[in-house]
Design a protein around this ligand. Structure first.
Ligand SMILES: Cc1cc2nc3c(=O)[nH]c(=O)nc-3n(C[C@H](O)[C@H](O)[C@H](O)COP(=O)(O)OP(=O)(O)OC[C@H]3O[C@@H](n4cnc5c(N)ncnc54)[C@H](O)[C@@H]3O)c2cc1C
Length: 504
């Protein structure tokens, strides 16, 4: 394996790193260095209750032939029979798959589906209208949030036929829709998400599906396809020295431009390094992570792009308090409105950012488990609390929503903490106000930038945040890894030119 060929090191064994490693051809040796004790990164399945909990990625978004995660998972036989159905793959859900739901309000009542759907339909019509501003030189607002709120404000006088109580309720539902959008975009507020490039994100067709054996079954399959010893776990990289001239001790015959130094003192010399660390990690550590430092244009893209937090809270119950057909329990705070500033008192009100709960299916596998979603600063505050504090806040919340003060407390709880995770520092990327899709392309650009450099492609960049149309997804991550592997393959194994035509 070692031989005299080019040496490649990949940093990070998430889907981007595993995908890149599986696609590389014609190199001499390959090492994949992972900081954590397990592969998968933000794909992370844990046992919980009688089933599994997805701490990171949950669904294949848009499971259809254009989605490489769906194709691989199908090929490996990792999906249930429903996901394979033609009609499932063709359904257009636009990133918001419909689930049978019930909506609880903060006053302890279940809201009428009609009242909820009227406001929700308005929200999704407005959200869809944001696509019209793609490429616009003068979008009506800098952010998605500001645009939506202005459009909602314009409609207030005629909303709900002008009936005050019904209008308030519609505004409360719209506020809940905005919070859900924060979870989807992985941001504290939609006011941080840029309006003009928002439509560049592509939703693939297909009704989102899950992995019956856990999302990690995919990363495990990708890992098992690599030669043994390729992946080194518990190997956090501290510094990547590039544009250098490094030699192995006692071997003067070869000179490598890159030296990858780990926190435990180990070092790996390489011709090429594929960097797949999350944008959150790069934002925090780019200064000391690269020596010499990255060029300013790259740093600017890292700074400008957005990377926020979305967390999950899993609650296991002895008995369900919801109906068997209900798959989504939504929460509406009746005193909220998108036209008013949300409370900044995180300690007192953090749990109000929770959008509701997905019921894990099927209960025969998982038990009676709800998975709550919460984004933004409130989510980051939740990470600082103890398990007992979160459990007690969730119990109080559910008692209030159901109007049942003696609703039994959950039997157990598990939550993610992506913002505190030192090698992730958040959940996923978004195109923030002040940045654009071009920044994503800049982030993906290899270094050194001069294509004529005699030692090209020293640093290559992959990971979900480097995919211009599928950022924030597993398929974006996988495709970005494949993209960088192909870039190297092209250098290491240039395509064989077609035979010359016979000479006359
Ligand atoms: C809560 C949550 C829910 C999500 N839900 C979905 C979903 O339903 N569907 C979907 O498609 N996507 C979802 N995503 C997004 C999806 O999980 C990610 O886009 C994707 O997994 C990212 O893969 P990646 O390889 O780019 O990064 P990662 O998976 O983060 O891999 C990067 C790896 O680099 C390692 N690393 C970092 N620093 C170092 C270092 N210094 N040295 C060595 N290793 C290092 C990390 O430990 C990590 O393993 C979700 C994410 C989260 C957090």
């Amino acid at each position: 394996m070692e031989g005299g060929g080019r040496r490649v090191v990949a940093v990070g064994a998430g889907l981007a790193g595993l995908g890149a490693a599986g696609r590389l051809r014609g190199h001499g040796s390959l090492r994949l260095l992972e900081a954590a004790a397990r592969p998968g990164g933000r794909v992370c399945t844990r046992p919980f209750a009688s089933g599994l909990a997805e701490m990171g990625a949950h669904w294949i978004h848009g499971p259809s032939p254009g989605n490489p995660v769906f194709c691989l998972a199908s090929q490996y036989g990792l999906l249930g029979p429903e996901a394979a159905l033609e009609e499932n793959q063709q359904a257009e859900a636009g990133g918001h798959p419909p689930l049978p739901s019930v909506t609880y309000s903060s006053s302890g009542r279940v809201l009428s589906p009609k009242a909820v759907s009227e406001a929700r339909d308005l929200f999704y019509a407005l959200l869809a209208s944001t696509r019209a501003f793609q490429g616009s030189k003068e979008p009506p607002a800098p952010s998605v949030g500001q645009y939506l709120r202005a459009e909602i404000a314009r409609r207030v006088p005629t909303m709900a036929g002008g009936v005050e109580e019904a209008r308030r309720l519609q505004l409360a539902v719209l506020a809940a829709c905005l919070k859900l959008e924060c979870c989807i975009s992985g941001t504290h507020s939609m006011d941080l998400v840029a309006l003009e490039p928002f439509g560049e994100y592509v939703s693939l067709p297909g009704l989102d599906c899950t992995f019956p054996g856990g999302y990690s079954s995919l990363s495990e399959r990708l890992l098992s396809a690599l030669p043994e010893g390729t992946v080194l776990l518990n190997k956090p990289v501290r510094t990547i020295r590039w544009r250098g001239s490094f030699r192995e001790e006692g071997d003067d015959s070869r000179d490598f431009p890159v030296r990858v130094e780990c926190e435990d003192g180990d070092a790996f010399l390489a011709d090429h390094v594929i960097i797949t660390v999350p944008l959150g990690f790069l934002k925090e550590r780019y200064q000391e992570f690269f020596q010499p430092p990255l060029p300013e244009w790259k740093v600017e893209a890292i700074r400008r792009l957005g990377f926020g937090t979305n967390n999950k809270i899993f609650l296991e119950f002895e008995q369900p308090f919801w109906e068997p057909e209900q798959q989504l329990l939504e929460v509406v705070w009746e005193d909220e409105s998108p036209l008013e500033e949300p409370s900044a008192d995180l300690e007192a009100n953090w749990f109000k950012k929770l959008i509701g709960f997905v019921v894990l299916q099927p209960p025969e596998q998982h038990g009676h488990v709800l998975c709550g979603f919460i984004a933004g600063k409130e989510s980051e505050h939740m990470e600082t609390l103890s398990d007992a504090e979160v459990l007690s806040a969730m119990t109080r919340l559910l008692r209030r929503l159901t109007g049942n003060p003696s609703l039994p407390a959950p039997r157990s709880m598990l939550r993610s903490r992506w913002h505190s995770a030192p090698y992730t520092r958040g959940s996923y990327s978004y195109v923030a106000v002040g940045s654009s899709g071009d920044d994503i392309d800049v982030l993906a650009q290899p270094l050194p930038e001069d294509p004529q450099d005699p030692r090209p492609l020293q640093l290559l960049f992959a990971g979900e945040a480097t995919h211009r149309t599928f950022y924030s997804t597993t398929h974006g991550a996988l495709l970005s890894g494949w993209r960088e592997a192909e870039r190297l393959n092209h250098l290491l194994q240039p395509p064989i030119p077609p035979p010359l035509p016979p000479q006359p």
